[in-house]
Design a protein around this ligand. Structure first.
Ligand code: ATP
Ligand code: MG
Length: 388
């Protein structure tokens, strides 16, 4: 008996060429993902991606990885066998006998995609259900809400028997909506923001600003680790590490204290945008949430936005901190984000930051530093790290 994974595609109700593009991307992503785990044959037909192990493979890990692929709506493990009703009955029993208990309620649902198969769907259901009942007479057939819902699918290449369908990651295959640059701090919000946008089909690159010696090597490693967790969902991420100390020192030496954060944020956006352009990205992504801190009021966001000509996606803008934390826990970044290393933002925090900065005033303060020279030197000092 061979166990396989059936991955059903999600938002591919798209028509025409887009649909093929999506399916091709999805297949490529699934192949890449499975290659990291072992030797699998991965192919697709009729909006389903089939993952077949070649020899003995770790199916638990394969399933776990499949559940993180965007564009997949559901993942089922299934036993595959020849399209012959006797084979199907025996395989169903072999596959399910350890999961069936006397007294358990069950139902067999059949789907016949291959209309050449001699039995109709209800006949297949009755036949397989009857066989299982014969093998374990204490089983109780139940049409509504059975404890075990068994599905038999007669597809092109084979018949598949499954008993559980897990909800997939949903969304769209990564890359089908382009490429964007995530501003990734070591905090809770930005990894969640990256995950949310990758789910909408964006390939991610990331940029991180660090301020040695004010921020530690551990803080930087934490960011690489966070990107690694997000990469389990979206595939490879190139991270651009940007030295930010000189800029922060220049701001704190020359500008009024209550404008430190907003000017720093504008410098970050300028740098991120410049790197994004070189990388072919069409947008920036941040983890900002309206009103969460002084630099995320509407007025402050406007001052930050003023230096960007690219769209800035802020998917967490309308989420409460609690909701962001819940998502971080779900995707697995929370524990790492919660590690207590300082971020460059927190090192030079003013005592009374402006919550309603006016753009004219910000520009006036900013004119006290050599913006172009600072940007140029920061960009000269970047290093790239790849994860995933
Ligand atoms: P997070 O939890 O993501 O750190 P935050 O609530 O701490 O967010 P801020 O520090 O104001 O908020 O940062 C807002 C956004 O700016 C972050 O979500 C992130 O996108 C970006 N950002 C902040 N610090 C950095 C950094 N050191 N490197 C890259 N991006 C950063
Ligand atoms: Mg932060």
């Amino acid at each position: 008996m061979q166990e396989v994974l059936l991955l059903k595609c999600g938002e591919l109700v798209l028509k025409g060429l887009n649909r093929y593009r999506f399916e091709d991307t999805l297949l490529r992503l699934a192949r890449n993902r499975m290659k990291k785990i072992g030797n699998f044959d991965v192919w697709s037909m009729q909006s389903t991606v089939y993952v077949e192990p070649v020899g003995e493979q770790d199916m638990d890990r394969a399933e776990e990885a499949a559940l993180k692929i965007f564009g997949i709506n559901s993942v089922s493990r299934a036993a595959a066998c020849q399209k012959d009703i006797e084979e199907i009955k025996k395989t169903a029993w072999e596959y399910l006998k350890d999961r069936l208990r006397p007294g358990m309620t069950f139902k067999v649902d059949a789907k016949r995609a291959d209309k050449k198969f001699p039995l109709t769907s209800p006949q297949i259901g009755a036949c397989v259900g009857g066989y299982l009942h014969d093998m374990m007479p204490d089983l109780v057939p139940k049409m509504e809400e059975p404890e075990l819902l068994i599905t038999v699918e007669i597809r092109d290449k084979a018949a598949y028997i499954s008993f559980e369908r897990k909800r997939g990651a949903g969304g769209m295959p990564v890359g089908t909506n382009g490429h964007a640059m995530l501003l990734l701090s070591g905090g809770i919000d930005s990894p969640v923001a990256g995950h949310m946008m990758a789910k909408r089909g964006l390939e991610l690159s990331a940029v991180h600003f660090y301020s040695y010696p004010y921020t530690s090597v551990e803080a930087r490693d934490k960011v690489v680790q966070l990107a690694g967790i997000v990469a389990e969902y979206c595939g490879k991420i190139d991270i651009c590490m940007v030295p930010f100390t000189e800029i922060q020192l220049a701001i704190s030496k020359n500008c009024m204290e209550d404008y430190f954060t907003i000017i720093m944020r504008r410098m970050m956006m300028r740098i991120a945008q410049s790197i994004a352009e070189k990388k072919g990205c069409g947008a920036l992504i941040t983890g900002e949430s309206l009103g969460q801190v002084a630099s995320q009021t509407m007025e402050a966001l406007n001052c930050t936005q003023a230096v960007c000509h690219m769209p800035v996606f802020r998917p967490a803008i309308g989420l409460d901190k609690e909701e962001i934390i819940q998502r971080a826990r779900q995707i697995g970044t929370y524990e790492t984000s919660a590690l207590p290393y300082e971020d460059c933002c927190t090192v030079f925090t003013p005592r009374h930051p402006q919550t309603k900065p006016r753009l004219g005033k910000v520009e006036e303060q900013e004119a006290k530093i050599d913006v172009d020279g600072l940007l140029e030197r920061a960009l000269e000092g970047v290093e790239w790290v790849t994860v995933g």
